[in-house]
Design a protein around this ligand. Structure first.
Ligand SMILES: C[S@@+](CC[C@H](N)C(=O)[O-])C[C@H]1O[C@@H](n2cnc3c(N)ncnc32)[C@H](O)[C@@H]1O
Length: 197
């Protein structure tokens, strides 16, 4: 694994472990940064599978492509785009992963709708994210965000669950793993698209 990909990783969890990837699957990482999770996914799904990363930042795409070349990964592609408007066709992947990026989006319903669109029927999402306890007001979340960088816009647990259900997911779960600020948690978020979608 390219050391630079590890060093560039600023995420909050381990989405590879969360998603339980299998040989031959097609995976998409939202906000792929330096590419560590895409490279780990590519290794996990093997040569019959494929891993995409999407990121909106040219510097990160350049770094990720360099890291893929150093790692000799042939089954990866890094695409420029926004997670609110993914540059992939419908039903393109089996699994969507992401590490601490969805909380950064100012349009989370669009992100969840796009995840559902690019997943195959019965596809799954397994992401790490920052999630607020339900009782925190938007002002309280914003005040914690001023201390902890990018977490001001985090959804609450029940907002996340409702958002996934509204986007067409089932088997939704949002589980806190560790507190990152008062009432704000690193969380594992999982859901499955309807098999008949
Ligand atoms: C906190 S870093 C996480 C990078 C990587 N997931 C990791 O764990 O190392 C956030 C990344 O998401 C990208 N990003 C943030 N908002 C985005 C958006 N709306 N669309 C696409 N990429 C975005 C940034 O360019 C950056 O590379």
């Amino acid at each position: 694994m390219a050391e630079e990909a590890v060093l560039a990783s600023l995420g909050c969890g381990n989405p590879i472990a969360v998603a339980d990837l299998r040989e031959g699957e097609r995976v998409l990482d939202l906000g792929s940064g330096g590419g560590i999770d895409v490279l780990l996914s590519a290794r996990r799904v093997g040569p019959s599978g494929f891993a995409y990363g999407v990121d909106m930042t040219d510097d990160m795409l350049t770094l990720a492509r360099q890291n893929a070349a150093k790692a000799g990964a042939g089954n990866v592609e890094f695409l420029k785009g926004e997670i609110e408007d993914l540059p992939l066709p419908d039903a393109a992947v089996d699994v969507v992963i992401s590490n601490c990026v969805i909380n950064l989006s100012v349009d989370k319903p669009a992100v969840l709708t796009e995840i559902a669109r690019v997943l195959k029927p019965g596809g799954r999402v397994g992401v790490s994210d920052v999630v607020a306890e339900d009782h925190l007001s938007e002002d309280e979340r914003a005040s914690r965000g001023s201390y902890f960088g990018c977490i001001a816009g985090a959804l609450s647990k029940s907002e996340y669950e409702a958002g996934l259900e509204a986007a067409g997911f089932e088997q939704v779960s949002v589980e806190f793993t560790h507190e990152v600020a008062d009432g704000m948690h690193g969380a594992i978020v999982k859901a499955v698209t309807r098999g008949d979608a």
